[in-house]
Design a protein around this ligand. Structure first.
Ligand code: HAM
Length: 440
C-alpha cells in the first residue's frame, strides 16, 4: 500500500462504525467525574519541552526515550504531550486557578504521544481520560480519587481489575530510600543497562521501572520504599487505607509500584487487568505534592490519575461488555422526482427539529437504491413520496421492524414519527395492567 494511504506505526483510526463505543465511554466518564465535582479543562497538544523535562522528570523513560520533540520554525523546542498532568499544572498556575474554590477539580480527555514499541494496548498516539485535584493534602482526597476510578469501572461493568496501592513517601523519606537503593544497585553495577547506570547517581528509583529484562530482574530484590517511610507518610498511607475500607473498596498494597513519572509523592495506585496481555495497567495515578512548586507555582498539594482509553476499550471487548446500541435513523424519506425530494427535505428538517434522526435522498438515486440504503443504515421507519402522494397529501409510513404500514397526512409525519418512536422505546418498559397508550 502506498505510504500516504497507511497510518503511521503506533497510531490507529476510530472508524464510524465503532465510534459510538468510545463516545459512550467518554460521556460516561465525564458524567461520573462531574458527580465528584470535576469540570473539563482543555489544554494544548504541545508545550515547551522544558515543561515535561521538569514536570515528568529528565531521568524518566518518558523524557529520555519516548518524547516527540522538535524545533518549530521560531527555533523553540516543542514537545507533543506524553501525558496530561504537566500541561494541566502549567495551566493551573498560568490562569491563577488557585484563586478559585479549592480543591480545584479538573478533568480531561486528551490524545498523548510516546515513542514506545507498539504492541497490543501500547500505541504511539493514545488517549487518556484524566482527573487532577489541586489544593488538598488530606488522605480522604486520595481515597475519593480511587473511589471515582472504581465507580467508572463499575458503571461500565468492567470486572476483575485489581486496585494496587503503594506509598513512595516524600522527599524526606526518599533521601534514606535512595541511599539504600544506591547501595543495592552499586553491587549489581556491572549488569545494569547504560541508562540505569546514569540513573544510579541521580535517581536510583527510576531503575525500578526500567523496561530492560535484566534491570527489572535485579529490581525485584531491591529494598522496598514502604520500609523507609517517615512517620507522616506512614500515617497518611494508613489513613488512605482506612478511608478505602470505610468505602468498601477492595485493594492490595503492592510495595513495588513506583510509577514511571518523577512527580509522585506519597500515595500511588494502579488498576491492573490480566485479561489484555502485557500492557495490563488500565489506569494509574497518585499524589504529587511538589509538582506545582516545581513548575513555578506556590506549594500546592495535589493528586490525580489517568486511564488509557484504548486499554479500557480492549478490556471491555475482552469481557464481552455490550455497548448501548447506536442511535439509528428514525425516518428515511424516499422520493421520486424533484417535487417529492423538496417535500422530503422539508419533512427531514421537521423531524430533526424535533430532535430526531431523519435522512432523505441527497444522491439522486432510484427508489429501489434509496430503500436499500435505508435498510443498510437501519432506518426504523420509511416513507416513499411520489407525485401522487404529494397531490393527495397522504403517504404510507412503513415500520421496518414488522413491515406494517400506516397511512398519514404528509404534514403530520414529523409529529407522528416522534409519537411512534416514543411508543417503541416504551415497549421495553411495559408494566402489567398499565396501558402505555394512555400515557401518550
Ligand atoms: P501513566 O501511567 O504514564 O500516567 O499513564 C496513564 C495510563 O495511560 C496508563 O495506565 C495506560 O492505561 C495509558 N497509557 C500510557 N502509555 C500508553 C501507551 N503508550 N499506549 C496506550 N496507553 C497508554 C500518566 O500519564 C499520569 N499523567 C497519570 C496521572 C495524572 N497521575 C497524576 N495525575
Amino acid at each position: 500500500m502506498a505510504l500516504v494511504t497507511k497510518s503511521i506505526k503506533g497510531t490507529q483510526d476510530t472508524l464510524p462504525s465503532e465510534s459510538y463505543k468510545i463516545q459512550f465511554v467518554e460521556q460516561s466518564v465525564l458524567e461520573i467525574a462531574k458527580n465528584y465535582g470535576y469540570k473539563e479543562i482543555r489544554v494544548p497538544v504541545f508545550e515547551h519541552t522544558e515543561l515535561f523535562q521538569r514536570g515528568v522528570g529528565d531521568t524518566t523513560d518518558v523524557v529520555q526515550k519516548e518524547m516527540y520533540t522538535f524545533e518549530d520554525k521560531g527555533g523553540r523546542s516543542i514537545t507533543l504531550r506524553p501525558e496530561g498532568t504537566a500541561g494541566v499544572v502549567r495551566s493551573y498556575i498560568e490562569h491563577g486557578l488557585f484563586n478559585e474554590a479549592q480543591p480545584q477539580k479538573v478533568c480531561y480527555l486528551i490524545s498523548c504521544y510516546r515513542y514506545e514499541k507498539p504492541q497490543a494496548g501500547r500505541l504511539r498516539e493514545f488517549h487518556q481520560f484524566g482527573c487532577e485535584c489541586f489544593g488538598t493534602a488530606s488522605p480522604a482526597a486520595d481515597a475519593e480519587l480511587i473511589s471515582l476510578v472504581n465507580d467508572i469501572f463499575a458503571f461500565l461493568d468492567v470486572k476483575n481489575l485489581k486496585i494496587q496501592i503503594n506509598s513512595i513517601g516524600c522527599p524526606e523519606c526518599r533521601k534514606n530510600y535512595h541511599k539504600a537503593l544506591q547501595e543495592y544497585f552499586e553491587s549489581k553495577k556491572d549488569e545494569l543497562c547504560g541508562t540505569c547506570l546514569g540513573r544510579l547517581e541521580r535517581n536510583p528509583m527510576r531503575i525500578l521501572d526500567c523496561k530492560s529484562p535484566v534491570c527489572s530482574e535485579i529490581a525485584k530484590d531491591a529494598p522496598k520504599v514502604t520500609d523507609y517511610l517517615c512517620d507522616e507518610c506512614h500515617d497518611h498511607f494508613q489513613k488512605v487505607q482506612q478511608y478505602l475500607d470505610a468505602m468498601n473498596i477492595p485493594y492490595e498494597v503492592n510495595p513495588s509500584i513506583v510509577r514511571g513519572l518523577d512527580y509522585y509523592t506519597k500515595t500511588v495506585f494502579e488498576f491492573v487487568s490480566t485479561e489484555i496481555g502485557a500492557q495490563g495497567t488500565v489506569c494509574g495515578g497518585g499524589r504529587y505534592d511538589g509538582l506545582v512548586e516545581e513548575i513555578g507555582g506556590n506549594h500546592t498539594p495535589a493528586l490525580g490519575f489517568a486511564m488509557g482509553m484504548e486499554r479500557l476499550l480492549l478490556l471491555m471487548q475482552a469481557q464481552g461488555i455490550e455497548f448501548p446500541p447506536e442511535a439509528k435513523c428514525d425516518l428515511y424519506i424516499a422520493s421520486m422526482g424533484e417535487n417529492a425530494t423538496l417535500k422530503a427535505s422539508q419533512i427531514a428538517s421537521d423531524v430533526r427539529g424535533n430532535g430526531m434522526h431523519a435522512q432523505f435522498d441527497i444522491v439522486g438515486r432510484s427508489v429501489k437504491a434509496q430503500m436499500k440504503y435505508a435498510n443498510k443504515i437501519g432506518a426504523a421507519y420509511t416513507v416513499v413520496l411520489g407525485d401522487s402522494e404529494i397531490e393527495a397529501g397522504v403517504a404510507k409510513v412503513k415500520n421496518m421492524a414488522d413491515g406494517s404500514e400506516t397511512e398519514m397526512k404528509i404534514d403530520d409525519i414529523a409529529e407522528e414519527i416522534m409519537r411512534l418512536s416514543i411508543n417503541d422505546s416504551l415497549k421495553g418498559f411495559e408494566v402489567e395492567g398499565l396501558d402505555i397508550s394512555t400515557l401518550m
